[in-house]
Design a protein around this ligand. Structure first.
Ligand SMILES: Nc1ncnc2c1ncn2[C@@H]1O[C@H](COP(=O)(O)OP(=O)(O)OP(=O)(O)O)[C@@H](O)[C@H]1O
Ligand SMILES: [Mg+2]
Length: 459
């Protein structure tokens, strides 16, 4: 409930306002003198003040700073029976929000109060958003990448200092989404929006509307106009995840937006300026997609003005130590969690097809299932991935023919795509044709699975 304080020596006006607003979700307080009003401000958190200019003990304008010193968000609506521009200018200069001259109708007053309450509400929402943004950026930590000829962190800082389109490539779970956010947080647009959209998540017929917005009546069902995510990201960053899934017919349109920084909503006349930094990511080989003509060459080069490839975890095994320490600390700050002997070496011996995401999941599961504060995550790898074809390691001793029952018994070697197709069919069967569960078991994204089903003609 909002609190409204009326400071006016006119008792009739105080009563009329109190009466008018009673039962309208307002708590009304009234005072006829300045000193008494300030005492009320000290005791209550006042949202809106109606402040008269002539009071028995002071001038309203002089009270403004004292009122705001109790709560700088209070909205002061200044009222006076002697309107002149100087008074108004002085009141606004002293921090008042609005100005009304007496006599006024109650509905005019109500309008001013509603407007002030709305501003107050927007300021509060904005504060929460700013706080969340700051917190998210502070919590967005990128662990590892300390080794390498060119320090990866420098590369990221360099990418953050530019506004050019950026392409992040790397296997699933390597940290592309995290790095996209980090680059936003390190850049000059950190206080603006970071909008993230997964191109594989929208049905093909909706993706254009999602990206570019639409006007009322543009298509059946467009009952009102809607901003697209490009417009929402105005001034900030737009993260286009799984860009390889963007339908080919929309690719020229995206290219046009990147080139001209202008969009037109579907069914719209107006050209709107958009200035969002585009960060795209993919875990498929875009060069291959270009050669197969499913991804446009020109868009590939435009998006990848700056390119960062994130190596898989198995190629930066030194990071496993730091990541384990970091994730365990995130899960439990109070207990001293450690790893059983030889655990880290065992984890370093595994090939991590799901990369950091897989490591994080295994650690979380091992923490939940722990019997003591000594974790043994490598046991879970054995339990969870008995079917995973992988190079022979201590952790993964199964050979392909051992782990996929029913693989055709050919004399010669089967082509790789046959093995992949067979393996996918096998997992689908195991998971009752549930795509999400199968994709999870295969450690690939659902969209990658769907693409593979299509290319192998698996129904
Ligand atoms: N270097 C890192 N430091 C800390 N956390 C990381 C790091 N890399 C990845 N993670 C964490 O691992 C998980 C997976 O990372 P993320 O979602 O960024 O991967 P991705 O490359 O975008 O995967 P996908 O291609 O499947 O979308 C997230 O919880 C992320 O916070
Ligand atoms: Mg991602």
């Amino acid at each position: 409930m909002n609190k409204l304080l009326i400071i006016d020596d006119d008792t009739a006006l105080c009563e009329a306002v109190s009466y008018h607003f009673s039962g309208k979700n307002w708590t009304i307080l009234a005072s006829h003198r300045g000193d008494e009003a300030l005492r009320l401000c000290a005791r209550h958190k006042i949202d809106i003040v109606l402040l008269d200019q002539r009071l028995p003990d002071t001038l309203g304008v002089l009270l403004c700073p004292a009122i705001l010193s109790h709560n700088d968000q209070t909205k002061i609506i200044f009222i006076t029976a002697f309107p002149n521009l100087e008074n108004a200018v002085e009141a606004i200069r002293m921090g008042a929000y609005d100005y009304l001259s007496k006599p006024f109708k109650l509905d005019i007053l109500e309008l001013a109060i509603t407007k002030a309450a709305k501003t107050l509400q927007l300021e509060k929402i904005n504060q929460v958003q700013q706080y969340n943004k700051k917190k998210e950026c502070e919590e967005n930590r990128l662990i590892g990448f300390q080794k390498g000829a060119r320090n990866f962190h420098n590369l990221i800082e360099l990418a953050a200092s530019s506004d050019a389109p950026l392409l992040l490539t790397g296997e699933t779970g390597t940290g592309k989404s995290l790095i996209a956010k980090r680059i936003h947080c390190l850049g000059s647009k950190k206080d603006e929006a970071f909008i993230s959209a997964n191109c594989a998540a929208f049905p093909e017929n909706l993706i254009e509307a999602e990206l570019f917005g639409y006007e009322k009546g543009a298509f059946t069902g467009a009952t009102s106009s809607k901003k697209g995510i490009f417009e929402m990201a105005e001034g900030g960053s737009l993260f286009l995840d799984e860009i390889g899934e963007l339908p080919i017919h929309l690719q020229p349109k995206l290219l046009g937006v990147l080139d001209e920084k202008r969009i037109r909503r579907i069914g719209g006349e107006n050209i709107r300026h958009v200035d969002a930094r585009v960060i795209a990511a993919t875990n498929i080989n875009l060069e291959e997609a270009v050669s197969q003509k499913t991804f446009r060459n020109d868009l590939y080069y435009r998006l990848g003005i700056i390119r960062i490839h994130i190596p898989p975890l198995r190629e930066r095994k030194a990071d496993i130590v730091d990541l384990c320490e970091y994730f365990v600390q995130q899960m439990d700050l109070t207990n001293e969690i450690e790893f059983s002997q030889g655990e880290i070496e065992r984890l370093m011996g595994y090939h991590w097809p799901g990369n950091v995401r897989e490591l994080k999941n295994i650690l979380e599961r091992s923490y939940i299932l722990r019997k003591s504060n000594r974790l043994e995550p490598s046991r879970l790898i054995m339990d969870d991935f008995p079917l995973m074809p992988a190079p022979r390691t201590e952790l993964n001793p199964l050979a392909l023919d051992e782990c996929i029952p029913g693989l055709p018994d050919t004399k010669g070697l089967p082509p790789l795509h046959d093995i992949e197709k067979h393996y996918i069919q096998h997992i689908l069967k195991l998971k009752n044709n549930n795509y999400s569960a199968s994709a999870k078991a295969l450690q690939i994204s659902r969209s990658t699975l769907l693409r593979k089903l299509k290319s192998y003609d698996i129904r």
